[in-house]
Design a protein around this ligand. Structure first.
Ligand code: BGC
Length: 392
């Protein structure tokens, strides 16, 4: 096996790699026909990335609305870039099995587990369907059915990002009543997910926020402890490889001086980019008894200098698609650059009268108008395409 192949075959062309498969996709073996695999080490270096049909359909519909032929051609390429698929409600579980049936045996599909009770406890935009006291529902109606489906596809390599924002919120937002209420369900729920989804053909990465979140000097150790505790509570599952950072985020992987290096409080944060965050956080995870590999979301981080403050997270205006998914990260702490947030799907509504309106989505550096979290924003998508770096 080549050591650097986490990229779709079509997308690999931009790097100059000539990786056209000898057999057309439609004739390749896929889904339940693939023979069982057991993943170890960096799975992204062993399989090509799978571009899921859910996001491809969103992108294809968007392309039809673009009249400028150059922009449309660039936009169309996004459909072939491996991007994670979010299972953000119980109803969404229905898309999982049909998708797994289409995954070729030599590709790895990225999935996001995202439906904890009391979800998004420190913000409003992504509040979920389960209230903080519904841990039983999370187990039996969310994780168990997903585990059941995965168990039928032992030959499909899968990479799972586990519950974005959840444990980081417990580390830094414990003063909020909503996060206090959610704390036990988060801890129990994350551990349950890790335990039940620990299949040989799966690799898991727990969400670890980003350098501007758990990367603060005072947050590093408590952050590593909180995450490693969940791992240990789950019985140290073999398929947990480490953590995912910058999920749906905006930080550069490598930028020196860092984007916020001149901020008043910069002296308290040495994790000025995701690479330095990984360098600081990975050994702490290991000291706390858990594997410390990183995957880093580079889906929307092409343009820096857009945010008024580091914590601004909602639909940042001026953003562009970033470095394509690849296992060629040049950093032994980092297994892959991945596209976790599907670019074009909103982070939150800018409609001030909506139930899930969060003031961050109304800030001057947030793109407006923006629809509800997870729904399509055509203008925003076109902006990401225009500002992509490297260009599409
Ligand atoms: C939303 C989810 C969505 C995800 C990916 C989150 O902010 O709350 O509903 O699936 O983003 O776009």
């Amino acid at each position: 096996m080549k050591s650097v192949i986490y990229a779709a075959t079509a997308a690999a062309a931009f790097t100059g790699a000539l990786a056209a498969p000898s057999t057309p996709k439609s004739k390749r073996q896929m889904g339940a026909d693939c023979s069982a695999v057991s993943l170890s080490g960096n799975a992204f270096a062993q399989y090509e990335g799978y571009a899921n049909s859910y996001y491809a359909a969103e992108v294809e519909a968007a392309v039809e609305q673009i009249s400028d032929p150059d922009l449309a051609a660039a936009a169309a390429r996004v459909a072939d870039i491996p991007t994670f698929m979010w299972l953000d409600t119980r109803a969404k579980i229905d898309i999982l099995e049909p998708e797994l049936q289409m995954v070729p045996c030599d590709e790895i599909i990225g999935l996001v587990i995202y439906d904890l009770p009391g979800r998004d406890c420190a913000a409003k935009a992504s509040n979920g369907e389960l209230s903080y006291d519904q841990i039983d529902v999370y187990r039996s109606e969310y994780i168990d059915p997903i585990a059941e489906i995965i168990s039928r596809y032992p030959g499909i390599p899968m990479a799972l990002v586990i519950e974005p924002d959840s444990l980081p919120n417990l580390v830094t937002n414990a003063d909020l009543q909503t996060c206090q209420d959610s704390a036990s369900a988060y801890r129990e729920g994350v551990a349950y997910a890790l335990e039940q989804l620990n299949f040989d053909n799966v690799v898991m990465y727990l969400d670890a926020g980003h350098g501007g979140w758990l990367g603060w000097d005072d947050n590093l150790e408590p952050g590593a402890q909180e995450i490693a505790d969940a791992y240990q509570r789950a019985g140290s599952p073999s398929q947990v490889m480490g953590v995912a950072s910058n999920v749906a985020g905006w930080n550069a992987f490598s930028m020196n001086p860092g984007e916020f290096a001149n901020a008043d409080d910069a002296q308290w944060n040495s994790a000025q980019d995701e690479q330095r965050y990984a360098e600081l956080f990975s050994p702490l995870l290991e000291q706390n008894g858990m594997p410390g590999q990183f995957i880093v979301d580079t889906g929307r981080n092409a343009v820096q200098g857009l945010r008024d403050e580091w914590g601004d997270w909602c639909n940042v205006d001026g953003a562009g698609f970033g470095v394509r998914p690849t296992s060629d990260t040049g950093d032994s702490n980092v297994d892959a650059f991945v596209w976790v947030k599907p670019g074009g799907e909103s982070d939150g509504t800018s409609d001030t009268s909506a139930d899930r309106y969060d003031s961050y989505c109304g800030k001057p550096d947030a793109f407006k108008p923006s629809p509800e979290a997870g729904t399509w924003n055509q203008e925003y998508f076109e902006m990401l395409v225009r500002n992509a770096d490297p260009p599409l």
